[in-house]
Design a protein around this ligand. Structure first.
Ligand SMILES: NC(=O)c1ccc[n+]([C@@H]2O[C@H](COP(=O)([O-])OP(=O)(O)OC[C@H]3O[C@@H](n4cnc5c(N)ncnc54)[C@H](OP(=O)(O)O)[C@@H]3O)[C@@H](O)[C@H]2O)c1
Length: 297
């Protein structure tokens, strides 16, 4: 698992605990309660990547490391390219060398958000440099390692910092009585992260290959998402203001419909994906158990 100390990496360790032997990669070697071990490596070191993959010799590499934000990628495009494209290519080459399967986490931001409801056959057209680099990473995987699964997604959940996810943004803000904006024009199919991990596991069991959109089965605006959180967590919905597009709407990815069509994954798995409401309800029940484990990693 790359990016093992990140949001998805820590959640994946909780999910996979007891199901698989887990070796993590992070920028620095660290002790972990969740991983068998975490090996420190900057993924921009291509030789180091090859040596690490050969040493660990995994059956599957779940590649979750990335420069994962629109702003961070725009502020340091060189680093975003080096990590999201070049390092992804190195990992793909290493997987191909040892015959490991590569599961690559990609994003709905490979699309421009002008129409929404994107299926796997729709032409990607990123609106940000982050999206461009993630698309470049996808292509590197496709070109390099035959046994690959590219998972385009968007997810929410409990994170290792307690501040990373949109779920935590609304829960924390409303619990503190802070007024927040909820964007009615920014629409996504965000999936509760344990449901994402379950789907990735199930796709692995089946041996699915190629590109799959793994997201919630319903599209919601950030405003509606916030209102569902308020309702589920018993918090004040009056603190959420409907806020339309503003001056930074273009770069900040608001005023877009990035929803993904999940028909393909539903057909492969034989069941529809979870809705965002179902995920929020599960997150509410999971909070005492999962949030603590993840923050205490
Ligand atoms: N969060 C979302 O809603 C979302 C939506 C769609 C797709 N994704 C994709 O899902 C994946 C996981 O996202 P996330 O939210 O878990 O991201 P995250 O919390 O930012 O974690 C990414 C990890 O990558 C590591 N990393 C970055 N550059 C590295 C380098 N040069 N060498 C080694 N490690 C490096 C980071 O380590 P440091 O902490 O040391 O920097 C971090 O732990 C990413 O591919 C992202 O693009 C996320």
């Amino acid at each position: 698992m790359t990016g093992s100390r990140g949001f998805l990496g820590t959640n994946a360790a909780v999910y996979l605990s007891g199901r698989a032997r887990l070796v993590g990669q992070a920028r620095t070697t660290e002790d972990s309660r969740l991983y068998e071990r975490i090996i420190g490596l900057d993924l921009r070191d291509a030789e180091g990547v090859g040596a690490l993959v050969r040493e660990v010799n995994p059956d599957v590499v779940l590649h979750a490391a990335a420069i994962s934000g629109h702003e961070t990628s725009a502020n340091d495009p060189e680093q975003a390219f080096a990590v999201n494209v070049v390092a992804t290519k190195s990992i793909a080459e290493a997987c191909a060398d040892i015959g490991a399967r590569m599961v690559h986490i990609s994003t709905d931001a490979v699309f421009d958000g002008s129409t929404g409801g994107y299926s796997e056959v729709d032409e990607p057209q990123p609106f940000s440099y982050y999206g461009e680099t993630k698309l470049g990473g996808e292509q590197a995987v496709r070109d390099t390692v035959e046994d690959h699964l590219i998972v385009r997604t968007n997810f929410f959940g409990w994170s290792e910092t307690g501040r990373k996810s949109v779920l935590e943004f609304f829960v924390n803000s409303l619990r503190e009585g802070r007024n927040v904006r909820g964007y009615p024009d920014f629409v996504v199919t965000s999936l509760y992260v344990p449901a994402l991990l379950q789907a990735i596991w199930d796709l692995g069991e089946i041996g699915a290959v190629g590109t799959v959109h793994v997201a919630s089965s319903d599209a919601l605006s950030k405003y509606d998402f916030g209102m569902r959180i308020a309702e589920q967590f018993g918090l004040d919905p009056g603190l959420i203001a409907r806020q339309g597009p503003d001056a930074d709407a273009h770069t900040a990815s608001r005023s877009r419909d990035l929803s993904l069509d999940t028909s393909r994954v539903a057909a492969i798995l034989g069941a529809p994906m979870q809705t965002q409401g179902q995920g929020i309800a599960q997150a509410y029940h999971d909070e005492p158990r999962i949030a603590g484990t993840i923050r205490d990693r």
